[in-house]
Design a protein around this ligand. Structure first.
Ligand SMILES: Cc1cc2nc3c(=O)[nH]c(=O)nc-3n(C[C@H](O)[C@H](O)[C@H](O)COP(=O)(O)O)c2cc1C
Length: 356
């Protein structure tokens, strides 16, 4: 089945490797694209020069199309200094109690400038640009068009899918409640957007004419076919690729995924200040009493960054943001090209079996 919008770019399989800021790598994206799917690089945390360097690394390994992904964020935001001071005390006390020799520091900037990141993305000129956390403005949309860059917007509700269509996006990636990582929506409070993929895909397909890409809890080719039967044009898988050797996820995190019980994969705000799905571990439990004091994204994300780095270096998965979808226990560690090939084979076999 040729995938609308992806097939004309030369992507053979209805499979997108999800951008995973902080965990994907140029080697991962290049391997997936090289295998005939669409590899992606999550650039939400990168400064412009790093975005350009990473895009160049993908290009050095494959001439296949790939996607770059950004978080649409305002250039500035209010910071509640008292809340920052309070949460730093809580976090520092937790690290001390856990025996980790690291303390929060105030970063020079809370997050890279979206305007600068966007300019670098345009310069890098990937085949596809995908966006989460917000809606682009029309001028930026025109800029991408001018450069012949296809646009995929992230939606967690039908309203958000409609908003991306109205803006002129080429496709919309609907993120079900099952999905690992941050909630990518922007119109509604995250706790109202935890809509299961089985409900969300057909609702979105009925509401928009652009291709719908399904994301959340899909771990094999049967799941890809199920999404297609519900009307999706392709599937976007994140967690499945986290355990590949090319993924930059910490080893302790990779080790914890196969034993993740689905009811312990929760919606968490205490690492970043923004709702995200991951393992409910020691850090999450310890921060529960302070949930009402958390500064919003990106402030808390920046404050916990050194702590997460130290936890990873110390092999302390229980203190890390172990993002993953609800079906994490079904991960299959193998090289990314092999996984993309396996998923495509399984999808084809399931399709043939269904056709009888
Ligand atoms: C570790 C991790 C990081 C993620 N980072 C991003 C990101 O940078 N940008 C984005 O649009 N989506 C991101 N996502 C969400 C994915 O796009 C997708 O919605 C999700 O992985 C699908 O669910 P699954 O993990 O169960 O496959 C991330 C997901 C994970 C697991």
């Amino acid at each position: 089945m040729p995938v609308p919008f992806l097939a004309p770019l030369g992507v053979e399989h209805p499979l997108v490797q999800a951008p995973m800021a902080g965990s994907d790598t140029p080697a991962l994206a290049a391997a997936v694209s090289g295998a005939g799917a669409l590899g992606s690089l999550g650039c939400g945390y990168l400064e412009p020069e790093d975005l350009l360097a990473r895009a160049a690394q993908v290009r050095a390994s494959t001439d296949r199309p790939f996607a770059l992904n950004l978080f649409v964020l305002p250039e500035s935001f209010a910071v509640d200094e008292a809340a920052v001071a309070r949460i730093r005390e809580r976090l520092d006390a937790l690290m001390a109690a856990e025996g980790l020799d690291v303390r929060t520091t105030r970063p020079a900037r809370w997050a890279p400038s979206f305007a600068d990141q966007f300019a670098a993305l345009c310069e890098a000129r990937p085949a596809v640009a995908s966006f989460a956390f917000g809606l682009l403005d029309q001028a930026r949309m025109r800029e991408l068009r001018r450069r012949d860059i296809r646009v995929v917007g992230t939606a967690t509700t039908v309203d958000e899918a409609r908003a991306w269509e109205a803006l002129g996006a080429d496709a919309v990636c609907v993120q079900g409640a099952e999905a690992g990582g941050h909630r990518g929506g922007f119109l509604h409070p995250p706790e109202e957007t935890l809509v299961g993929l089985f409900a969300l895909v057909p609702l979105a397909v009925r509401a928009v004419r652009i291709p719908v890409i399904a994301a959340g809890g899909i771990m094999d080719g049967r799941g890809m076919l199920a999404a297609e039967v519900l009307g999706a044009a392709a599937s976007q898988l994140g967690t499945a690729f986290l355990v590949c050797p090319e993924s930059a996820a910490a080893q302790a995190w990779k080790d914890d995924l196969p034993r993740a019980a689905e009811h312990r994969v929760g919606t968490i705000r205490s690492f970043s200040g923004r709702a995200a799905r991951g393992l409910v571990n020691r850090f999450v439990e310890a921060m529960r009493p302070f949930e009402h004091e958390l500064p919003p994204y990106p402030v808390l994300n920046a404050l916990t960054a050194p702590l997460r780095r130290a936890a990873a270096a110390a092999g302390r998965g229980d203190l890390l943001s172990e993002w993953c979808g609800q079906a994490a226990a079904r991960v299959r560690p193998m090289p990314a090209a092999a996984l993309a090939g396996t998923l495509a084979d399984e999808y084809r076999a399931a399709r043939q079996a269904l056709a009888g």
